[in-house]
Design a protein around this ligand. Structure first.
Ligand code: ASP
Length: 604
């Protein structure tokens, strides 16, 4: 039977549900929100009332307010109510230290039932391990968002963006919106495309980033640009990716790398204060080459040590086939020391081996310096060689050494992943620590073994370092293609706790250098004109040197909060297969719409 609902009328909220404290005792207040829980004890009924700020306990006492008490028996979870009542301090035995409002309760004088609610399809206050499946929660995202955890995240996101805007404005940057319906941009992912109704057979692309537009802003003399920009990338999705995401996009004229570093360090120092963290300034720096050599990845987590150790000297001349083959083919043998890792069980080592294999390693060898020496290599190499490996790695009593041999890229990737995995398992990371750094001097080009071509590691508008320009010209014009791998870019990433939170570069501002890069990437003059003709033209009208960076909002939130699920940091995320389960997108469109767009859908 539908219950009859009350009108809100002119009644106004006086406080939020997270606000009242013991000092408010005696005040008459009006709270409004959702019923989180109702508990009945005969003449007393308790309701935990929830809004975005918190929970307040409301007491309906049959003696004080018989009407309100009777009415309270009708409300269920997620009903929307308004309560007028008086603040009282709870008996000290009834204090709830888990709630900021836990010292008080509100004794109801009047209850308005503003709306009813169906029983939610999942329990909103379940403990994290008992939460309903994520698909269910995504389908009813508007309900999931009522959970305090998500409310906090969305609020922090807002504070982050507000802080960013404040900072960039203070630094005299201008917020400029760039278009969403554009032509393909060069970030290396697939484009989302939008068919044009007015231009038969033509398509817009959604921006993978505002890259070209922000450079055009520099050519336009706008000097200092930023934007909180939505970007769209149709990639094979990974757990930490979303098809649309937001970044702080920045570009300024006459930029040097040092200026970019200072600007972004200032920004990150400021936004990390939102979680009470004080970042060191300046951030430490590692060149890409050094990061790869010492950590195996270009976004090292510096909250712990455990650097990779080169074991070549310890195994040089070995006849053990996997090591010998690796060294012969200009590969590597490297390892890492797990402090106190002699306790690692066979099962744990097998699990770590699985991690290494996922990154292409053939096997994971290990040495344990327990009471006795034990090692997967003992039979093949003998005790002396195994001891040499352990001491070359710098291992001490009770440590373990994990060893991978093979192609340099595989050794780096698998040990880099193992390093993070071991840190997690061995709890090497102190909570609430933050380790920012710059990774600098990325290579300009990445060689793709599948098609034998070179690709821009950052994007094709990134400038080579000045010292490498001559070499670059020789590589492109002189055919000395082996030099491609040696050209360094004025590109940089900001990494915090192993998360690449920002990346950018000083750009090419000279037409001749841009031509060389396109040529290096295998773009013919014609192709380059077809795709970027407008931009190449623009470069010829007095382009200032310029550079910039983009900082991922979701990635930055991940670093700030330690939350690994990116979907927990955005209001309306999509699944790993780019679907919105709530609105059921993508969806079909009707034939009339298809006709207008000159599109026919062909059955597979
Ligand atoms: N456009 C780049 C990106 O979105 C960032 C930059 O180079 O500023 O990753």
């Amino acid at each position: 039977m539908p219950i009859n609902l009350d009108h809100l009328g002119e009644l106004e909220r006086t406080h939020s549900c997270g606000e009242l404290r013991a000092g408010d005792a005696g005040r008459e207040v009006v709270l409004m929100g959702w019923v989180a829980v109702r508990r009945d004890f005969g003449p007393l009924t308790f309701v935990d009332l929830r809004d975005r700020d918190g929970l307040t306990q409301i007491v309906f006492d049959a003696e004080d307010a018989p009407d309100a008490h009777a009415r309270a028996k009708e409300v269920r979870g997620e009903y929307v109510i308004a309560v007028r009542g008086r603040v009282e301090v709870r008996d000290s035995a009834a204090h709830n230290p888990k709630l900021p409002t836990g010292e008080i309760e509100v004794r109801a004088l009047e209850l308005l039932v503003l709306n009813e609610a169906r029983t939610p399809p999942f329990q909103l206050d379940a403990s994290p391990d008992k939460l309903a499946a994520e698909e269910t929660r995504l389908k009813y995202r508007y309900l999931d968002l009522r959970r305090p955890y998500l409310q906090r995240n969305i609020r922090l996101r807002h504070l982050l963006v507000a802080e960013i805007r404040g900072y960039m404005n203070e630094q005299a940057f201008t917020e400029i919106e760039t278009p969403i319906l554009i032509k393909s941009t060069p970030e290396g992912a697939r484009d989302y495309v939008v068919p044009s109704r007015l231009h038969h057979g033509k398509f817009y692309a959604l921006p993978q980033s505002p890259q070209i537009f922000k450079q055009l802003c520099m050519i336009a003399g706008l000097d200092k640009y930023y934007q909180i920009a939505r970007c769209f990338r149709d990639e094979d999705l990974r757990a930490d990716r979303q098809p649309e995401f937001t970044q702080l996009d920045v570009e300024f004229s006459f930029a040097t790398r040092e200026q970019v570093y200072r600007l972004i360090e200032g920004l990150y120092v400021r936004v990390f204060r939102l979680v009470g963290a004080e970042l060191p300034q300046p951030f430490p720096r590692l060149s890409y080459a050094e990061a790869m050599r010492r950590y195996g990845v270009d976004k090292p987590d510096l909250r712990f040590g455990m650097e990779l150790q080169d074991l070549r000297a310890a195994v040089e001349g070995t006849t053990f086939a996997p090591f010998a083959a690796a060294l012969e083919k200009r590969g590597e043998v490297k390892g890492l020391v797990v402090k106190g890792g002699a306790h690692l069980s066979r099962k744990q080592l097998d699990e770590l081996q699985e991690v290494a294999k996922r990154y292409g390693a053939g096997a994971l060898a290990w040495v344990k310096l327990g009471d006795e020496l034990s090692s997967s290599l003992l039979k093949a190499l003998g005790e002396e060689a195994v001891t040499r490996i352990a001491s070359q790695a710098g291992a001490e009593k009770n440590d373990a050494v994990l060893v991978v041999a093979g192609k340099a890229s595989v050794v780096a990737a698998s040990l880099g992943a193992l390093r993070n995995e071991v840190a997690r398992r061995e709890k090497l990371i102190k909570p609430n620590t933050f380790a920012p750094l710059w990774v600098t001097e990325f290579p300009m080009f990445e060689h793709n073994e599948d098609d034998g071509r070179y690709y821009a590691m950052h994007h094709p508008f990134t400038s080579p370092v000045d010292e490498d320009l001559v070499k670059f010209e020789r590589a492109v014009e002189g055919g000395e293609t082996h030099l491609f791998g040696e050209i360094r870019a004025k590109a940089y990433d900001t990494v915090v706790n192993g998360i690449e939170v920002a990346g950018g570069s000083i750009r090419i501002h000279r037409r001749d250098v841009q031509r060389l890069v396109f040529k290096a990437l295998g773009l013919t003059e014609e192709k380059a004109r077809e795709r970027f003709g407008f931009f190449l033209d623009a470069l010829e009208y007095g382009t200032p040197p310029h550079g910039g960076i983009a900082a991922g909002i979701e990635r930055t939130l991940m670093a700030l909060t330690g939350i690994e699920n990116i979907r927990d940091l955005m209001a309306f995320p999509k699944t790993a297969s780019a679907a919105d389960l709530m609105i059921d997108a993508p969806g079909p469109i009707d034939n009339h719409q298809l006709d207008e767009l000159y599109i026919r859908v062909v059955e597979e």
